[in-house]
Design a protein around this ligand. Structure first.
Ligand SMILES: *[C@@H]1O[C@H](CO)[C@@H](O)[C@H](O)[C@H]1NC(C)=O
Ligand SMILES: *[C@@H]1O[C@H](CO)[C@@H](O)[C@H](O)[C@H]1NC(C)=O
Ligand SMILES: *[C@@H]1O[C@H](CO)[C@@H](O)[C@H](O)[C@H]1NC(C)=O
Length: 399
């Protein structure tokens, strides 16, 4: 038991470490050149960070705009837009790695949103010390801007896009793309920011739908199966595992139905349907509802049909888990949130899978040991207080 707990604790720590590595902040970052900036901002989208020094006496802004997870075929850009929170009118710093492997860094005054490439032009304010770097997937633009006095709250626009043939190409423009939300204001004096390009209500509803379903179908349901399958090995966890399983699956079902309903509503409000995602969702709702009703029809432990009920319950249960995970990934592909969300969900699955594998091994170890010694130290599968044990007398792990 203590071994299992240690393992659980250890993987919890691993898990939180892997999650926190996605939630990096600019304050703990050190530049390889040891350049220090007094202020920094974690920009809300595109894995972007702004580090800067602002002098209100000289009106100079020393900055480093940094993007993580960039590739050699990405361009990055940070701009001040005196004319609004938009692309047109942006006074942009642009950088990418050109085909000879050198960083090309230039300024571009963006005339309109219809341009097909960012071309070099002078800005409405002074720019010096322009430089760029691309190291370990981090692309950075360094610059010193000389702003006009009174320019203390500026509209900032930042961007990441693809490069082709040494020319920056258009960034993603889908209604949900992070590239459409990368604007806001920045107060250079007190460091406060606001994000513009407000998330539309449809995107907000899609996000709510995604979170509800990833938590319920995608996380709680598999967790409830792990509880049922492995916790009952521990005598001390009987009958607690049964109630935990019920509690986990019931709350997953309640939250999951809410998430399912938001999905059906989203589907009926849009003209672009994603049928596989919707059909898997409907199937999941039916199967899970069936599970709830099957619980009411569960035969007594020693009933001759109990074996068939168990087979049925497990078959539907595992089908639900597999379909849920598939559908969460399908949903993530539709929603296209920032990459980190897919990574975080994958990390959760790896965490659950790792624990399941450890517990599976541990359970078999106990069963084999019990068989060898005929020991009564561990509970057998037949004595569950609720008569909920699988397949009557079969003393095997979690079948
Ligand atoms: C920013 O300001 C700090 C002092 O506040 C100074 O140590 C640092 O060198 C400045 N960095 C740049 C890039 O000018
Ligand atoms: C890449 O940039 C460097 C530095 O600006 C320049 O010398 C070189 O000619 C560029 N290569 C291409 C293919 O444009
Ligand atoms: C620009 O950056 C490169 C590499 O980081 C460095 O070697 C070079 O000295 C820098 N140039 C200037 C003008 O700071």
């Amino acid at each position: 038991m203590s071994k299992a707990l240690t393992t659980l604790l250890f993987s919890c720590i691993l898990f939180s470490l892997s999650v926190s590595s996605y939630a990096q902040t600019c304050t703990s970052y050190t530049f390889s050149s040891n350049t220090v900036y007094a202020s920094c901002q974690d920009l809300p989208v595109l894995n972007a960070f702004l580090h800067y020094n602002y002098s209100s006496t000289a009106n100079t802004l020393d900055l480093a705009y940094r993007v993580t997870g960039a590739t050699a075929t990405n361009w990055i850009s940070w701009a001040i837009n005196p004319s609004g929170q938009q692309m047109a009118g942006s006074q942009a710093l642009v950088a990418f790695q050109n085909s000879s492997g050198a960083m090309r860094v230039f300024t571009s005054s963006v005339a309109s949103t219809s341009i097909s490439t960012l071309s070099e032009s002078a800005l409405s304010f002074g720019v010096s010390n322009l430089n760029g770097s691309f190291v370990n997937g981090e692309m950075t633009i360094f610059a010193t801007l000389t702003l006009s006095s009174g320019m203390t709250t500026v509209n900032q626009v930042w961007q990441v896009g693809p490069v082709s043939g040494d020319n920056p190409q258009s960034h993603a423009t889908g209604s949900n793309a992070a590239n459409m939300r990368s604007v806001g204001t920045l107060n250079l004096v007190d460091g406060t920011t606001s994000s513009g390009g407000g998330t539309s209500s449809k995107i907000r509803r899609q996000n709510v739908h995604g979170v509800l379903n990833a938590v319920s179908w995608g996380t709680l349901m598999p967790l409830g199966v792990i509880i049922a399958r492995y916790l009952r090995v521990f005598k001390s966890a009987d009958p607690a595992w049964f109630y935990l399983h019920i509690a986990c699956q019931t709350s997953a079902y309640v939250v999951g139905v809410a998430g399912w309903a938001t999905g059906m509503k989203l589907g009926s409000d849009t003209s672009v349907h994603n049928y596989p995602h919707r059909n898997i969702g409907i199937t999941l709702f039916c199967l899970a509802t069936l599970q709830v009703f099957a619980l009411l029809l569960r035969p007594k432990k020693d009933h001759k049909y109990r074996l068939y009920w168990n087979i049925y319950h497990h078959a539907i249960g595992y089908t639900v888990i597999i379909l849920s995970i598939v559908n969460v990934f399908k949903g993530l592909d539709i929603l296209e949130p920032e990459k980190k969300w897919k990574k975080i969900y994958t990390a959760i699955l790896i965490f659950l899978g790792f624990n399941a594998a450890m517990l599976e091994a541990f359970t078999w170890y106990i069963v084999i040991k019990r068989k060898k010694t005929g020991s009564v130290k561990y509970p057998s599968y037949e004595n569950g207080a609720n008569g909920t044990n699988a397949y009557g007398a079969r003393a095997q792990p979690g079948v």
